[in-house]
Structure formats: C-alpha cells, structure tokens
Design a protein around this ligand. Sequence first.
Ligand code: NAD
Length: 426
Amino acid sequence: MKNHDLPSYLSKDNLGPWEIFLEQIDRVIPYLGNLAYWAESLKRPKRILIVDVPIHLDDGSVAHFEGYRVHHNTSRGPGKGGVRFHQDVNLSEVMALSAWMTIKNAAVGLPYGGAKGGIRVDPRTLSSGELERLTRRYTTEIGLLIGPDKDIPAPDVNTNPQVMAWMMDTYSMNMGRTSTGVVTGKPVALGGSLGRSDATGRGVFVTASEAMQRRGLRLEGARVAVQGFGNVGSTAARIFSDHGAKVVAIQDITGTIYAENGIDPRAALKATEHGGKLGATPGVSEIGSADFWSVPCDVLIPAALERQITSENAGKIQAKIVVEGANGPTTPAADDILADQGTLVVPDVLANAGGVTVSYFEWVQDFSSYYWTEDEINARLDRLMREAFTALWEVSERHGVTLRTAAYIVACTRVLEARALRGLYP
Ligand code: NAD
C-alpha cells in the first residue's frame, strides 16, 4: 500500500509512545509475507475522539479537562481497552496504548480490536464527588463510540471498579436500560467477574513462571524486583511471594525500597494505604530511584508507566528475565540492548494480557447472565496464558526472533488477515 502524506495528528511533533509502536510495526513487516500489503492500516488509528470534559468543582467554579478515546483497529471485533486518568495523558500515548491493545488482543486470541481512552488529569487533586462528575461527563462525551458491541472500556492507571461502576451507570442512564456489558472491571455486585482485580498481576506471574522454566530458574528463592505497586505490580509481587520468591526491591511514585531477604508485599501494601509511602514498610531500606534498575535479581517487573527501560538504564539491568506488567515500558533501543545481553523479555502484549482476558470472561458472563466461580476463572486464565506463551515461544524459536517480535508476527498476521478478508468498504 502506498504511504501517502500522514494526517496532521501523526506529524513528527506529535510522536512519543506512538513512535515506539510504529518502530515495532516496522520490525515485523518483513515477516508478514503478502499481508504486508495491508500493514499501513496498522500505522493509522481507525478513529480518534478528543473531548472537552467540563465539571463543577466543589468550590463552585468550572474546570475543563481534555479527554480522549481512540479506536486503533476493529478488524477482529469491537474495540477494547482501558481508561487512564493521569496528568501526562496525551494523544500520542492514547494512540499507542490503543494500538498495543490491538496487538495484545490478537496475540492471545481474544475476539477484540484495540481501543484506549484517558483524561489528562491528576485525580489526586479531585474530591470523590469531582471524580464522579468527571467520569460521568467523560462517559457521556465518548458515548458516541462506546457500547457492549462497539467498544468496551476497562480500568487502567488511576481508574478502578468504582470508576467503572459510574461509567456503566452513566451509559445505562443515557441508553434508558441497564447495560452491564459496556465496561469490564466492574464491581462483582454489578456484573463484574470474580478474579478480575488480580487478573493482570496473575497473568504476569503465569507468563513469568513459564519464562523461568525455559531459562532453568526455580520460583523458590528467586529474586524479584517490581516497579509500580498499584493493581498490577502489587498483585504480581504478592503472588510471587506466595510461591516462595523473594521480592527484593519495589519502586513506586513515593520511593524505592530494598530488602536483601525479601519484602512482605502485604506489609508494603499496608504502608501505601491512605496516601502512605513505601518507605514506611517495616524492615526495608530506601535506595535511590536510579539504583532500582541495577538491583541484583532474577526477574524484573516494570509495572508502572511506559518508557521506563531506555538505552540509559537497560545496560544496568542484571535480571535474567524482564516481564512487562506495564504497557510499553521498554523502548526499542533498550529492547536491543536487553536482547544483546541475553535478557529474556516477556513483552507487555503477552505478559499483561491477563487483565483483558478476564475482562473478556466478564463480558461473556454479562451477555449470558451466568457467572463462573473464581476457581473456574483462574483455571481458564492460567490455561489461556500458558497456551499463548507456548505458541509465541514456538514462533520465536522458529524465526529466531524475540518474544516481542513473535507476538507481533502472530498478532499482525491475525489482524491483517481479517482486514484482507473484509476488504475495503465501500
Ligand atoms: P495503578 O494506578 O494501580 O498503579 C500504578 C503504579 O505505578 C503506582 O504504584 C504508582 O505509584 C506507580 N508509578 C507511577 N509513576 C511512577 C514512576 N514514575 N516511577 C515509579 N512508579 C510509578 O495502575 P495499574 O493498573 O497497576 O497499571 C500499571 C501499568 O500496567 C500501566 O502501564 C497499565 O497500562 C498496565 N496495565 C494495567 C492493567 C490493569 O488491569 N490494571 C492491564 C494491563 C496493563
């Protein structure tokens, strides 16, 4: 396909995480055979909605926030992807996150396209009432795009089951009927799935243990370092610790802690409750934030934000395996450094797919109004993640490529095959 001039919103000035995604696509094109003809369609989001979100603050004034919802690709099914509330949210980031959802959903075989949304806001500065009004107005503004068979949002950074409940209620009020399947990651009382809150961290653990097995590493006594101690990082740390691994370092926005004999993740979680700091965890020492990357460990789990492992710090990483809980934590240049030094990277589109997988289970349960037990959910999740890992591992061995490239080969092939079969309308 001919590469015409790029739309203005894809200009060089607007690049960032999106540029990383473009580079990842360029790396996989040589493996796509005839489907490479359609690859240009992956380099352009299908649609982008930018919305103004005005709300009354508690002091009676009006504040305006910038919101986004991007559909990257819907060739294989409705859009699916989280909503992020963060002061640094911008279009490039949301575009990249939506594109990584396309790849992730296809890589693990879920019947979805890729979407993502967000609001440029620091939610810590808002009261609960302001946060609710922000969520409801944003949901109404993006109501054009979302729906149980169109685009199904879910939690991401700084959004949680309560935010999903407000989104579900707002959409339902606007439609005049209760629509549980419009968002996932809801509270269980509103059609949420058992096991959803642990699902991403659990998937990180499952894929990490598959990788460890292939590298001859035992879980018992393995040293683990975790960056980001929210939904994903804290759950992964807890499950690793419960399986006999030692969580030797944790970093979050409040600091970096280290303990040679292992940190108790439950104690660290308690310390960070109600705005507390990681440093208040008993029996740990605080270290400098840059020192986190050189901590001697077997498994390193970036589970905070994108672009954390760069050419600056990749060379310092001593871990044998990096398991990407976060989306886009490793730049392509850092990826090359890690590959050269023999570090196995379990890429985000595989490692953190547990969340969207159980979101898929939630959506299916909402449609059928029949709910599975937590054991059933976890067993299905574990099986799907282990099978996806094995399939991608085989592709990586066959082509002699990294697991990330293998995931992109499988995902892009699935997406572009659907694209080619559907053809262009009109
Ligand atoms: P969260 O809001 O629950 O936690 C984010 C954590 O990152 C917090 O502990 C915060 O202190 C920390 N953090 C933020 N900035 C940091 C910085 N500069 N340095 C160190 N730590 C920092 O978010 P989450 O839901 O756990 O998501 C984390 C990552 O995982 C994101 O990249 C998200 O897109 C990805 N992810 C989340 C899910 C999910 O189900 N929640 C699913 C797939 C991927």
